[in-house]
Design a protein around this ligand. Sequence first.
Ligand SMILES: NC(=O)c1ccc[n+]([C@@H]2O[C@H](COP(=O)([O-])OP(=O)(O)OC[C@H]3O[C@@H](n4cnc5c(N)ncnc54)[C@H](O)[C@@H]3O)[C@@H](O)[C@H]2O)c1
Length: 450
Amino acid sequence: MDVAVIGCGYVGLVTATCLASIGHSVRGVEKDQKKLRALKEGLPPFFEPALQDLMREHFASGSLQFTDNIKQAVRDAEVVYLAVGTPPKDDGTVDMSFLEGAGKELCDALADKNGDYMITVVVKSTVPAGTNRRLYNFLREQTRAYVQVVSNPEFLREGSAVKDFLEPDRIVIGGESPEAFRIMRRLYDPIIRREENFLTMNWESAELTKYAANSMLAARISFMNEMTILCEHYNADIEDIRKGIGTDVRIGPHFLRAGCGYGGSCFPKDVAAMEHISRTAGHESLFVHAIQATNKSQKRRFAEKIVAKLGRPIEGATIAVWGLAFKADTDDIREAAALDVIQYLLDKGAHVRATDPKAMENMKQVFKDKVEWMPDPVSAATGADAVALLTDWPQYSTLPFRKIAATMNQPLIFDGLNCLHRDVMRENGFQYYPIGRPAVEAKLRLKTRT
Ligand SMILES: NC(=O)c1ccc[n+]([C@@H]2O[C@H](COP(=O)([O-])OP(=O)(O)OC[C@H]3O[C@@H](n4cnc5c(N)ncnc54)[C@H](O)[C@@H]3O)[C@@H](O)[C@H]2O)c1
């Protein structure tokens, strides 16, 4: 089918590339000129495993093209995706300006079409309940084209986005038109493995499904994070509790890993939006409020633990931060724990050295020369008073810890994601503080600085 995708960020570009890979002819529209330059060379403007090769293949074949000209992109399109950002405003409500802007541009691009021209608009962006219905009414009023609108919330995870898109657990389509449902069924045919995983519902149910999914996942993480407080007090191990409850079929094993607080472009903003969506409905959601408060305090608790256990004043201490991305396999730093922890340490007068295999350039935009940027974890730790591990990059668990212990000012690691092995830490003489797990509290041997 002939498809246009408006907005080629994480979701739009993955959508465009994957749709091209299952046989559709796709034009991506991106208005950010820097991103567009990369796209027009067949390169993704961000890091996402497996995306570059797939993109390159379909870009080379011509089935995937990019432009900033929306009119040209939608000229023959049967389906137009809106995949623009819906970031949070300062008060946590959803900034709808990109979606409204894209909707108006789409309207202008359809100005010369008449009722013979049928187009299905697919809202991929995460939007509050009622948005698709309003968009439908707006487009029906403003254009003569035969427009249908469906909500198609995206559940991909950065880091495994291509796989998640091409092998979805389910596809949710919200709308009112059986005809539009049929078009979407045909569009996604190659990736629908089981008919019952293609779910159709009304617009508002689809819109709320996305917020409910992210709030539920964030709630599970926040619950486990809260349990770490009890674990640390009573000398219990959150990993044992995770296994103990995750094997209960009513609970299941996923999203029960404790850490120093969730981040990313979705959970924080979607949970905040959920609180406002509830408020708009006249309901003050104590539950959704608690998910966020717990997450915020978990990030702060981690930073405070560094100060409390450092064994010397934080002012003037050197702290090496391993990992800046909000999770492994991405360069995305939106709402990453590293943002809060680094800011806290800087405010306390620490000298922060930071490293990350992919996200360093993005973090440099935030902290500039307030942080010393290091090429790798070993050099970051050299001469440091402590390491704070903040992203679960798998390579961090196999570092040369004996060498690291020998070159640090004092061998002390705060593991914000329980990535490292306690035995390895103990054997190499580290004082080691995981989250919600018994610490290794060897006596610190402080070296004299030269
Ligand atoms: N990132 C994720 O993991 C993820 C997962 C599921 C859902 N979502 C949702 O998908 C939506 C998009 O998220 P994202 O992370 O891809 O955002 P993003 O900010 O990475 O990308 C949005 C892109 O749209 C472009 N854009 C904005 N207005 C435009 C216009 N009028 N014409 C052309 N391009 C325009 C921007 O320049 C930007 O490149 C959001 O609603 C988000 O909540 C994101």
